[in-house]
Ligand binder design. Structure first.
Ligand SMILES: Nc1nc2c(c(=O)[nH]1)N[C@H]1C(S)=C(S)[C@@H](COP(=O)(O)O)O[C@H]1N2
Ligand SMILES: [Mo]
Length: 410
C-alpha cells in the first residue's frame, strides 16, 4: 500500500466519521430525537428545563458549608468545603461565615456610611453616593485568625474543611478607603480608624491609619454581584491580609481617632496570650499558609497510580512565591506548580503530579511568600508562643495515606 493510497483511505474514513457525527448532532438539534448511539444517557431523550432568572448549581452537587452546633446559633460560624473547591475563587454561597450577632437584614436604600472624628469634613454617604466614587476590583482571601486553632492540639481536624475552612477567597469590588479619607480630609493627629458594623452587637475594630491608606477597600461587590448578606451586605471593609475580624461587615461608621478604641474584639478577644502571661495585641497580619486539599482527610485514593496533589496557599504579606510538597513525611521536598496568574494576598492554587506506589505515607505542603517567610511547623509555633495561644496558627498541615488509600489527619 503506497502513501497516496493510505492517505486516501484515512481521508475517506475520517470523512465517514464526520458524516455520522454530523447526522447524529443534526438529528438531535432538529428533532430532539434519540440518536441511539451517543453515550450521553437519558438527557438526550427529552428537552431540558427552560432558562431561569437566577442560577442554581446542579442538584447532583452536594458540597456545603458546615458549622459547629452552638447554644447561640446567631453567634456561630460555618466553614468552606475547601476539599471540593476548584481554582482559587470561593463561590459566594460557600464563603465561610462568622457572625457575632447573626446576619442583619439591611435595606441598601436605608443604609448610610458615616465618616467622622478627626476629619475636616464629616461625611454621610448613601449607597448610591458611595458608588459614584472610583472603584477597584481585587481578588483577596479572608481568613479568621481562629482558623486552624484546633490544630494547636494533638487531636486535629479530620478534613480540610474542619482544619482550614475558615478561609475563603473572593473578588471584592468597592471604593479604596484612601479615596474616602481624602474626601473627608484626615486631620494630622489621626492615627487610627475605628470601624463599626450595623449588626446587633455593633461589632467594631480599630485599624492603623497606615493600613487604611494603603489597600483597604470599602466593598459592595463580591464575585461580580452585590456582597452576600452573610458577607456584610450592603457594605463591608476588606483589609487585605489582616485577620478576618477586622474586615468589619455591614459597616456603617468610620471614626478617625488618635488612639485605638480598645473594644472587646481587640482586648478580651483576638489577642494572643503568650507563655509569660503577656499578650500580643493587634497581631493583624495572617502569615503564609497552605493546605493540600486533594488528597486530604476523608478522601480515599482508588489504588496505587497517578495522583495529582493539589491545594491552596496564601499569605497576608503579598504573593505566594513557592509551595513545596513532601510525599515522604518531610524527608524530601519538591516544588509544586503555581497556577498563574497569581494575585497578591489571594488563594494560590498549587499542583504536583505524583505516582503513589501503594505504601503508607504522609504528605505535607509548605508555602513561602514574596518576603521570603516560610510556613513553619506547628511545633515551632507552639514552641515560640506557648500552649495557650491558638489564634494565628499557620503551621504545616500533614495528611496520612494508609495502605488502603484512605486519607486521615497525621
Ligand atoms: N459587623 C461584624 N463584622 C464582622 C463580624 C461580625 O460578627 N460582625 N465577624 C468578623 C469575623 S470574626 C470574621 S472571621 C469575618 C468573617 O467574614 P465572613 O463571614 O464574610 O467570612 O468577619 C468579621 N466581621
Ligand atoms: Mo474571626
Amino acid at each position: 500500500m503506497g502513501d497516496e493510497e493510505s492517505g486516501r483511505n484515512s481521508g475517506e474514513s475520517s470523512r465517514r466519521t464526520f458524516l455520522s457525527i454530523g447526522a447524529a448532532v443534526g438529528g438531535a438539534l432538529l428533532a430532539c430525537s434519540d440518536s441511539g448511539d451517543t453515550p450521553a444517557g437519558d438527557s438526550v431523550k427529552r428537552t431540558g428545563k427552560p432558562p431561569d432568572e437566577y442560577g442554581e448549581r446542579s442538584p447532583f452537587e452536594k458540597s456545603v458549608r458546615k458549622g459547629s452546633v452552638s447554644r447561640y446559633p446567631e453567634a456561630g460560624s460555618t466553614r468552606t468545603p475547601l476539599q471540593d473547591s476548584h481554582g482559587i475563587i470561593t463561590p459566594s454561597s460557600l464563603h465561610f461565615e462568622r457572625h457575632h450577632a447573626g446576619v442583619p437584614l439591611i435595606d441598601p436604600a436605608e443604609h448610610r456610611l458615616l465618616i467622622h472624628g478627626l476629619v475636616e469634613r464629616p461625611l454621610i454617604l448613601t449607597m448610591d453616593e458611595l458608588k459614584t466614587f472610583p472603584s477597584v476590583s481585587r481578588i483577596h482571601f479572608i481568613e479568621c485568625s481562629g482558623n486552624s486553632r484546633g490544630e494547636w492540639k494533638p487531636k486535629k481536624g479530620a478534613t480540610a474543611q474542619i482544619s482550614h475552612g475558615m478561609a475563603s477567597c473572593s473578588e471584592w469590588t468597592g471604593v479604596p478607603l484612601s479615596v474616602l479619607l481624602d474626601e473627608a480630609g484626615v486631620k494630622p493627629e489621626a492615627a487610627w480608624l475605628i470601624a463599626e458594623g450595623a449588626d446587633a452587637c455593633k461589632m467594631h475594630r480599630s485599624l492603623p491609619l497606615e493600613k487604611c491608606r494603603d489597600d483597604v477597600i470599602v466593598a459592595y461587590g463580591q464575585n461580580g454581584e452585590a456582597i452576600r448578606p452573610e458577607q456584610g451586605y450592603p457594605l463591608r471593609l476588606v483589609a487585605p491580609g489582616h485577620e478576618g475580624n477586622i474586615n468589619v461587615k455591614w459597616v456603617r461608621r468610620l471614626m478617625l481617632a488618635d488612639q485605638p478604641a480598645m473594644g472587646r474584639e481587640e482586648t478580651s478577644k483576638y489577642t494572643d496570650v503568650l507563655a509569660d502571661g503577656k499578650a500580643r495585641q493587634f497581631s493583624l497580619t495572617m502569615e503564609s499558609k497552605s493546605v493540600i486539599t486533594r488528597p486530604s482527610g476523608g478522601q480515599k485514593l482508588p489504588g496505587p497510580g497517578f495522583v495529582e496533589i493539589t491545594g491552596l496557599a496564601w499569605s497576608g504579606r503579598g504573593l505566594i512565591e513557592r509551595v513545596e510538597v513532601s510525599t515522604d513525611n518531610g524527608a524530601t521536598w519538591t516544588d509544586a506548580t503555581l497556577q498563574e496568574p497569581r494575585h497578591r494576598i489571594a488563594f494560590t492554587r498549587f499542583r504536583l503530579p505524583w505516582t503513589w506506589d501503594g505504601t503508607p505515607t504522609v504528605i505535607l505542603s509548605r508555602a513561602t511568600d514574596e518576603t521570603g517567610y516560610v510556613q513553619p511547623a506547628v511545633e515551632a509555633l507552639v514552641e515560640a508562643r506557648g500552649p495557650n495561644s491558638d489564634y494565628h496558627n499557620n503551621g504545616i498541615k500533614s495528611w496520612k495515606i494508609a495502605a488502603d488509600g484512605s486519607v486521615t489527619h497525621a
